[in-house]
Design a protein around this ligand. Structure first.
Ligand SMILES: Cc1cc2nc3c(=O)[nH]c(=O)nc-3n(C[C@H](O)[C@H](O)[C@H](O)COP(=O)(O)O)c2cc1C
Length: 178
């Protein structure tokens, strides 16, 4: 029987939990990326979609996750075995969008290991979000494989192409992870 400090008591075969715990705690990265973002007017979302297309073009599994449509525990379930976590935020009052800060704080507390990281976001005039995301990912010792990509207001075709190429670069980096 498994009786954790908090949470449910597991009375069936304990090996199911012990084996799952061993897998989760090893944090062995799968060849997979999650692109976690929030957006006010869909520009950062458009970037996220183009980045995912670029990663998938390299034959790597990737999915966009809109923060406000998902519980942070569900996002972390996806992050757990991902080789790369790509984080996007618009700039709001010279800061990150608050839900992105919330996610980064939660992720930092769970001490993810062995991750590739990169940042992106749409902005209007000052554009601090990419720099702020990079600082957080660096604090988590992510391998930042690109300075990140920021686009002023709505991405045009050139902007979307840049995001696609950014995604391909991430996909290529994931393929080198052993
Ligand atoms: C309330 C508000 C505050 C903003 N503050 C900033 C800012 O401080 N610096 C900046 O570069 N852009 C700022 N912007 C502009 C947004 O970053 C820009 O519109 C961006 O394209 C939004 O991306 P999204 O469509 O992904 O939400 C602000 C926008 C709003 C609505």
């Amino acid at each position: 029987m498994i009786c954790p400090d908090h949470g449910v008591i597991w009375r069936k075969d304990p090996a199911i939990i012990i084996n799952a715990y061993a897998k989760w705690s090893s944090q062995k990265p799968e060849k997979k990326a999650v692109v976690v973002y929030d957006t006010m007017w869909h520009s950062t979302e458009t970037m996220a979609e183009a980045i995912v297309h670029g990663i998938v073009d390299e034959g790597v599994i990737a999915r966009p996750i809109h923060i406000r449509s998902s519980h942070r525990s569900e996002i972390m379930t996806e992050v757990l075995d991902a080789a790369a976590v790509i984080v996007g935020s618009p700039t709001l009052n010279n800061q990150l969008f608050p839900t992105v800060s919330d996610f980064l704080t939660y992720m930092k507390g769970l001490k993810p290991k062995n991750k590739i990281g990169a940042a992106f976001g749409s902005y209007g005039w000052s554009g601090e979000s990419v720099k702020l995301i990079n600082q957080e990912l660096e604090a988590m010792k992510f391998d930042i494989i690109d300075p990140g990509i920021k686009i002023q207001y709505v991405p045009d075709q050139d902007g979307k192409d840049s995001c696609f190429e950014f995604g391909r670069k991430i996909g290529k980096a994931i393929k080198t992870v052993s």
